[in-house]
Design a protein around this ligand. Sequence first.
Ligand code: ACM
Length: 381
Amino acid sequence: MTWKVGLLFSETGVTSIIERSQLNGALLAIDQINEKGGVLGRKIEPVSYDPASIVQKYGELCEKLIVDHKINVIFGCYMSSSRKEVLPVIEQRNALFFYPTLYEGFEYSPNVIYGGASPNQNSVPLGNFLLENYGGRIFFVGSDYIYPRESNRVMRNVVRQGGGEVLGEVYFDLESGGADFDDTLADIKRAAPDAIFSTVVGQSCIEFYRAYLAAEGDAAICPIASLTTNEGEIAAIGPEASEGHITAAPYFRSISSPENQSFLEAYKKKFGTTVDVTSCCEAAYCQVHMFARALEITGEIDTVALREALLGMRFDAPQGEIKIDPDNNHTYLQSRIAKVNAGGEFVIQSQVRRAIKPDPYLVSPTIFDLHFRQLEVAESG
Ligand code: ACM
């Protein structure tokens, strides 16, 4: 007998770079748990489907996992549009869904444990960082679906409350690339913003950074700031087109802590490289470990009992200590801002002293009470 869990991450299609990293994070944690004998003497057995980055497929495959495989615990999804497909299936079947991805907030389901950053943990600090270090004239670009549009609504408030202005807001199809960005890049050049806030995701994110460099965009004058451009995308973009650009996330591969070093060593041993280790990969890894601890307490896969065991649980994550907030099923997370150096690695510019409580409905003011620590960064990058 095993404990079966479902994995719903795309190994193909436009968001496969980031979703493969999430899949790997989950598989690594499952390996580690099984190497120690599993949970209560039973191994965890993953059943994985590839939705190929096609939004409707996430709902269909989620149903398949629950109905055909009799699985009640599922880890999955990157794009918020895919989470919205899965949500009614999970709720109708009273399953438990772990979502290891930053998102736009403004959602709560008793059937979901949210492991990625909410806007107060990434958008708000990033907006304030840009206002403080670059200026308040910001141009928004995004992929055309719920997360970028909602995330920009939040960022618009942050920018305007900080005395800045939004110079433009443009959305692209998920398949966009190359010349599709020409008109917008010309508009950006004319508007001369202090920074570009990008919620362009997946393959077109890679194309956008390259197109920005080709259009003589200069990160030293006007960086692209993002919540979704992680290590995997940076590796695909290449160092020349990514140097000087900025990302806010709870986790970066470059964190120097013993917990992160052992995470990276284990990842390298299993997958041969750490090139694609991202904040979403780390979130998937942590969520699987926390699920296993909850299962040890409940001894059964029961949504209500597992949720009870998970709420309030702490975990020594590679990013530092995290905790599932019993108020809203989201996670207390670290908040960091990093800039890409000439070698294509994120150099952390600032970080909070301890994990921030998730505030998915943004009831706290968006002018950030700066308990951020600006780091002395030796490197010029
Ligand atoms: C996202 O769509 N939540 C990145």
